[in-house]
Design a protein around this ligand. Structure first.
Ligand code: ACO
Length: 278
């Protein structure tokens, strides 16, 4: 059954271990207003530790994933109220993207259509991203006279080679889902009518992995990007030891099923989690 946030800016369903969360302002191309930002943060917080949610997918209702920040409600109306209101609106937007970057469960952006500007914040915050081949991605900020803020410039530098990031930010031209996949903005592009099925397939694989190891791994991939090799080596030892404090049996069970039981091969798939729980 579809649930909605109080003002309806976010909709979600939970099915088979997956939370299918959606930007839900299709008439406004899912642009992010302060209300949407507040409601998305609340929905993400409420879903984060639920036992029936193992993977979270972020999609968009209608023809857009998200047309970026709401130029009227997020920029014009907020700045009319003064600096305090601007900072508050920024904190609310950046806050839910940060929550999503370090989310307890693996997250997948399912980009069905338009993805502009501020939309790059949640795009990068999701661990994986799949797009419709015809989805459109753009840093359109330059087209209306600002720099790509709210982390968007950083996202371009993180995900794209320098020349592509610079061209993308300066030119204000859109790329489609296929090009976004070639560039590394998303993992894959598939026809729109296959997008949900492909994302469901990926989510199903993730649901079979040890959840403590998934959280440790996704955080490690983000953290090591800024570290020297030596720091990363040391961090990864500590991160695994910290993960062991949440689940010290998982790795033992994984080894047992391979070495003793010979019931699976780690090179070919995950161990049977249900036996660990039993
Ligand atoms: N902010 C405020 N309103 C928006 C936004 C936005 N970012 N995007 C769409 N809307 C509104 C439109 O004003 C329109 O409202 P109305 O029905 O009350 O007139 C409604 O959504 C539908 O938009 P259309 O432009 O009619 O939809 P269309 O499908 O023709 O075009 C497109 C879609 C290309 C996404 C277009 O709406 C657009 O260019 N939007 C702005 C994209 C953008 O540059 N976003 C800002 C990025 S920069 C940043 O996020 C910091």
């Amino acid at each position: 059954m579809t649930e909605q946030s109080p003002n309806g800016t976010v909709a979600y369903d939970i099915a088979d271990g997956v939370a299918w969360v959606r930007f839900n302002r299709p008439d406004k191309r899912n642009c992010m207003s302060p209300t949407l930002n507040r409601e998305m943060d609340a929905v993400l917080a409420a879903l984060q530790f639920r036992d029936d949610v193992g993977v979270l997918v972020l999609g968009g209702e209608g023809t857009a994933w998200s047309a970026g920040m709401d130029l009227k409600e997020y920029f014009r109306e907020t700045s009319a109220k003064g600096l305090g209101a601007t900072r508050q609106a920024q904190a609310e937007a950046y806050g839910w993207w940060r929550r999503l970057r370090w989310y307890q469960k693996p997250t997948i952006a399912m980009v069905n259509g338009w993805c502009f500007g501020g939309g790059y914040g949640p795009l990068f915050a999701c661990d994986l991203a799949f797009a419709a081949e015809d989805a459109q991605f753009g840093l359109s900020e330059i087209n209306w006279g600002i720099l790509p803020g709210g982390g968007a410039t950083k996202v371009a530098r993180e995900l794209l080679p320098f020349r592509k990031a610079m061209y993308h930010a300066l030119m204000g031209e859109n790329v489609d889902g296929r090009t976004a996949a070639e560039w590394g903005l998303v993992n894959e592009a598939v026809p729109l009518d296959r997008l949900k099925a492909r994302v469901a397939e990926v989510a199903a694989v993730l649901l079979k992995k040890n959840p403590v190891a998934l959280k440790a791994t996704k955080d490690a991939v983000r953290r090591v990007g800024e570290m020297t090799y030596d720091n990363a080596e040391d961090f990864l030892i500590r991160a695994q030891e910290a993960a062991d404090s949440f689940d010290s049996e998982g790795r033992k069970e994984g080894m047992r099923q391979f070495i003793d039981e010979k019931s699976y091969k780690p090179g070919l798939g995950a161990y049977d989690l249900s036996k660990q729980k039993a």
